[in-house]
Design a protein around this ligand. Structure first.
Ligand code: NI
Length: 183
């Protein structure tokens, strides 16, 4: 298993439209495992393949408290079951440390295949409904900040740039040889 680098907003590769998975091959299964590991490592609750620069219709989600119940959605189709939209505070591993309210229908039908190629056909609501719509957007090249004002999008870009710089510095510091006091 391996951790995959996550693309950050506004990387243009995040705008790529994902293609359907033709067959759940060994390669796809490895990608799924790596995506789940990457999601846990980044402390996310969902990850779309688009975010790791693999432009396939593939989503992993884990809403469980113990992070031990990952769900896999291959070639998902999501249909809203209610017209009314509700606000929910969203964040995204590709837009680190930016959170804002997005309105979406909070009840949807999900049709997809799981990691074993078994059919999924479920009506879901609440967080899973919000999360799957957020991830579906990724497969279509859409990022949650697209729903926000221009000003907020500019702020999000600035924030991501700052966060990435800080992370780079931290990584560089961690790569330094151990201080003598650590002996
Ligand atoms: Ni996201």
């Amino acid at each position: 298993m391996a951790l995959l680098p996550i693309l950050s907003y506004p990387d243009p590769r995040l705008r790529t439209i994902a293609k359907p998975v033709k067959e759940v091959t060994a390669e796809i299964k490895t990608l799924i495992k790596d995506m789940i590991e990457t999601m846990y490592d980044a402390q996310g609750i969902g990850l779309a393949a688009s975010q790791v620069d693999q432009h396939l219709q593939l989503i992993v989600i884990d809403l469980s408290e113990n992070k031990d119940s990952p769900r896999v959605f291959i070639n998902p189709k999501v249909t809203p079951l209610v017209e009314e939209k509700q606000p929910y505070e969203e964040g995204c591993l590709s837009v680190p440390e930016v959170y804002d309210s997005v309105e979406r229908p909070n009840k949807v039908r999900i049709e997809a295949l799981d990691e074993n190629g078994e059919k999924i056909d479920e009506e879901v609501e609440g967080l899973l409904a919000v999360c799957i719509q957020h991830e579906m957007d990724h497969l279509n090249g859409v990022i949650f900040v697209d729903y926000l004002s221009r000003l907020k999008q500019t702020r999000a870009r600035d924030k991501v740039r700052k966060v990435l710089k800080i992370r780079e510095k931290q990584e560089a510091a961690e790569a330094q040889p151990q201080a003598a006091t650590n002996v």
